[in-house]
Design a binder for this molecule. Structure first.
Ligand code: C2E
Ligand code: MG
Ligand code: MG
Ligand code: MG
Length: 286
């Protein structure tokens, strides 16, 4: 039931809306506390390069060790972090953590960090990224920032200025989830992207959907023509991997090669591939 309070505005006591507001405020408090207590962890999904399918990078993906709800995926808390603006400090934490950790990886490995549209519009972004690089010692050439196409919706001069300014640091820009939402090819001409990431939903349709496969092939060709690297996401089967390789896709990530890993597991993966490279071949043994 609703009743008027003294100032003539309406309050809803015990209503559904009140409960929802209360629950939301509680979740927001949870999120603030989690930031203060560092309940987050960055997982890394390795990215593979066609020549020898070697790991040439990894994407930073946030996880939340919630004290009562267990391990949470981004879809369970990133939307609220976006709504409340908390994605700005959270995104900065991920960026700093990813730069610090990647600074220990071998020199050919790039770390990719997802940027929220809100971070992109934040006036401090350039300084935050510059200082994350300086503080970690990670060379800018080994940092890639992933921005979803939807963050660029309006062709907008200030977004262009921000991206051009970021490029002066020497880092790479990737357009994430390419092909979903309101794709506009002119975005590729307007903005200084180095990489397009083909959304996993297209790869998921392969090989059965001729449409999805055609789109994937067209995007690979587009990248080649524009001299933009192409990364395929969501590769779940060896058949998809083989088709992508045959179509000329040179970079890919997906559960078929590796799930997102904790940083220690990623180090073990690096170590195993290093051992494979230096192991004596059969020819040497005979
Ligand atoms: P994204 O950037 O497109 O990341 C790829 C997502 O696909 C990840 O989900 C990854 O675990 C998942 N994935 C990888 N390989 C496969 C596969 O073979 N099959 C399937 N079905 N999925 C695969 P995750 O980690 O749950 O992240 C979801 C989204 O949350 C990300 O999509 C990104 O948009 C957002 N996100 C994650 N971390 C951050 C962050 O630090 N900051 C911001 N702003 N967003 C983040
Ligand atoms: Mg991404
Ligand atoms: Mg993506
Ligand atoms: Mg996505």
């Amino acid at each position: 039931q609703a009743k008027a309070n003294g100032r003539g505005t309406w309050c809803f006591y015990g209503s559904e809306m009140d409960k929802r507001l209360h629950e939301r405020r509680r979740q927001e408090d949870d999120l603030r506390l989690a930031l203060a207590e560092q309940q987050f962890e960055v997982y890394y999904q390795p990215r593979y390069f066609s020549e020898g399918m070697r790991v040439n990078g990894a994407e930073a993906l946030i996880r939340w060790h919630h004290p009562t709800r267990g391990l949470l995926l981004p879809e369970q808390f990133v939307p609220l972090a976006e709504e409340t603006g908390l994605i700005v400090p959270l995104g900065e934490w991920v960026l700093r953590q990813a730069c610090l950790e990647a600074a220990n990886w071998h020199a050919a490995t790039v770390v990719s960090v997802n940027l929220s549209p809100l971070q992109l519009r934040n006036a401090e972004l350039f300084e935050v990224i510059r200082s994350a690089l300086l503080d970690s010692g990670l060379p800018a050439a080994r940092l890639e920032l992933e921005i979803t196409e939807s963050a660029l919706l309006e062709e907008n001069q200030s977004t262009l200025d921000v991206l051009n300014r970021l490029k002066t640091l020497g880092l790479r820009l990737a357009m994430d989830d390419f092909g979903t939402g309101y794709s506009s090819l002119s975005n590729l001409r307007l903005y200084p992207f180095d990489v397009i990431k083909i959304d996993g939903s297209f790869v998921a349709g392969m090989p059965h959907s001729v449409e999805d496969h055609s789109i994937v092939k067209a995007l690979i060709d587009l990248g080649r023509g524009l001299r933009i690297r192409v990364t395929a996401e969501g590769v779940e089967t060896s058949e998809q991997m083989d088709l992508l390789l045959a179509d000329g896709c040179r970079e890919m990530q997906g559960f078929h090669m590796s799930r997102p890993l904790r940083v220690e597991e990623l180090h073990q993966l690096f170590e195993r591939s290093r051992l494979q490279e230096t192991a004596p071949s059969d020819a040497n043994l005979t």
